[in-house]
Design a protein. Structure first.
Length: 143
């Protein structure tokens, strides 16, 4: 299965996926693309070091979210992507990608949802004083 990893930052989750794939723990997964909405995101350099194709798509270069996602969709189709993994991607996925990849977008969230949603899930959990926290991996939909 050809996957694209979307990330906006350092690429910690990307590295975990790449390491698991390299060890044969994901035998049917091919890392086919790493996409970021931030040009200086360290994840792009990590993907380059692993010889994984990378793409930076600047959301500010598009007049609308639809135009932005239409460009991303073209890249995904060009790379024959079958599954999208949101691994620290800090944008909400819009209807264009949701429609094209219905049931084929997975998000990694740094808290046990529904507790502590949002971009600071782990920090919020610690600030609240919980004794146990974790991560949630879930399929993305319009809800």
């Amino acid at each position: 299965m050809r996957i694209a990893v979307f990330a906006s930052g350092t690429g910690t989750n990307y590295r975990a996926i790449a390491a698991a794939a390299a060890k044969g723990q994901l035998p049917h997964v091919e890392l086919a693309l790493v996409l970021s909405d931030r040009e200086a995101a360290p994840v792009l350099a990590k993907a380059a070091a692993d010889a994984v194709p990378q793409a930076f798509v600047d959301p500010k270069a598009y007049a609308s979210k639809v135009a932005f996602e239409t460009h991303i969709l073209a890249l995904l189709q060009e790379q024959q992507i079958e599954l999208i993994v949101l691994a620290g991607y800090m944008r909400i996925i819009g209807q264009t990608l949701l429609d094209a990849y219905r049931g084929k977008i997975i998000n990694i969230h740094p808290s046990l949802l529904p507790s502590f949603p949002g971009k600071n899930g782990l920090a919020d959990a610690f600030a609240y004083g919980v004794k146990i926290t974790g991560a949630t991996v879930h399929y993305v939909d319009a809800g």
